[in-house]
Design a protein around this ligand. Structure first.
Ligand SMILES: [Zn+2]
Length: 313
């Protein structure tokens, strides 16, 4: 996908009164769907793009060999073969709404002009988007970060929503450890769910995620006591949060990461929380959005480009 995707084209072509042929053609042009298809039964035979009235997509690939005549979906080998019952128009608008960082209920409402999709399907589609975020962060790792002259901030934060009127056993808290860069506004960072907040858990993460020569700031949590011994840390500055937010002599503070946590938690609150087992994947989504979706249009371009790279090339 070389040229940017026009949101206007997307909205026009996915309108209910538009012919699906133009939408398919446009999606093929963007390499979201394949331009050509070979028959899996006949070696080196290119299939023909044919009208097929009895299916929702209205078109299919058909093998021209008379003895074969097998057909293949136009969605074969594309992301759209996942959730085959979701129309291409809905699928495209879903990706657009997801990039706008809408909640599932909001996405469902806004898709109503093109069709109905159940919340279960939408939440599974969102999970697929989070998986793509995860893949992208594996392809282009966000850590290690920092380096000579860089100042990083680290912190752990409790992400488990404690039920106010819950009965019985209180659920185990869920801790997330994070490191942010302080030279970018708003801060971008790395975060991961941790089983414990002890030295044995946190030091290896800091060693893996921080480039040599970095300065790192944190509060005085006991597990950080030996951070200055790590080979990649040149200086570890701390602030005693029981006394000050900013250390009066050194100026050390952790306000970037605190603002970072509150942005992430605001999103989770808007979602009314998430399943504990899904949290790590949401952290990946948040990290992806910080880097590739600073505006919804940037997100749409990056996501569609990544989809073509992952599926159609
Ligand atoms: Zn064939």
């Amino acid at each position: 996908m070389s040229k940017p995707v026009s949101e206007l084209d997307l909205e026009t072509l996915t309108s209910p009164n538009k012919s699906i042929f133009h939408l398919i053609n446009w999606m093929q042009g963007l390499e979201l769907l394949h331009w050509s298809m070979q028959c899996e039964h006949c070696p080196n035979v290119d299939m023909e793009f044919k009208k097929k009235r009895d299916i929702a997509d209205k078109f299919a690939w058909r093998c021209p060999v008379p003895a074969c005549r097998s057909t293949t979906s136009i969605r074969a080998g594309s992301i759209f073969q996942e959730f085959p019952k979701v129309s291409l128009a809905i699928w495209m608008r879903f990706i657009q709404k997801w990039c706008e960082d809408k909640l599932i209920t909001e996405i469902q409402n806004e898709l109503r002009v093109v069709g109905f999709v159940g919340k279960k399907t939408l939440s599974a589609m969102c999970r697929l988007m989070r998986r793509l975020c995860d893949f992208k962060l594996i392809d282009v790792p966000v850590v290690p970060m920092g380096g000579a002259s860089a100042i990083l901030e680290m912190d752990e934060s409790c992400f488990r929503k404690t039920p106010k009127y819950g009965r019985g056993r209180r659920p185990k808290p869920i801790w997330v450890f994070g490191i942010v860069q302080t030279d970018v506004r708003p801060a971008i960072g790395y975060m991961t769910v941790v089983e414990r907040r002890d030295q044995a858990t946190l030091l290896p993460i800091i060693e893996r995620c921080v480039l040599p020569g970095s300065t790192i700031h944190s509060d005085q949590w006991a597990a950080y006591r030996n951070v200055h011994h790590l080979p990649n840390i040149v200086h570890h500055g701390t602030v005693n949060h029981s006394q000050n937010f900013v250390d009066p002599t050194t100026g050390v503070h952790t306000q970037h990461i605190e603002a970072y946590w509150s942005r992430k938690k605001a999103k989770l609150r808007r979602m009314r929380g998430c399943l504990p087992t899904d949290l790590e994947s949401y952290l990946k989504e948040f990290m992806w959005r910080e880097r590739y979706c600073r505006t919804s249009n940037e997100g749409l371009q990056n996501m569609l480009k990544y989809i073509t790279e992952k599926y159609c090339m």
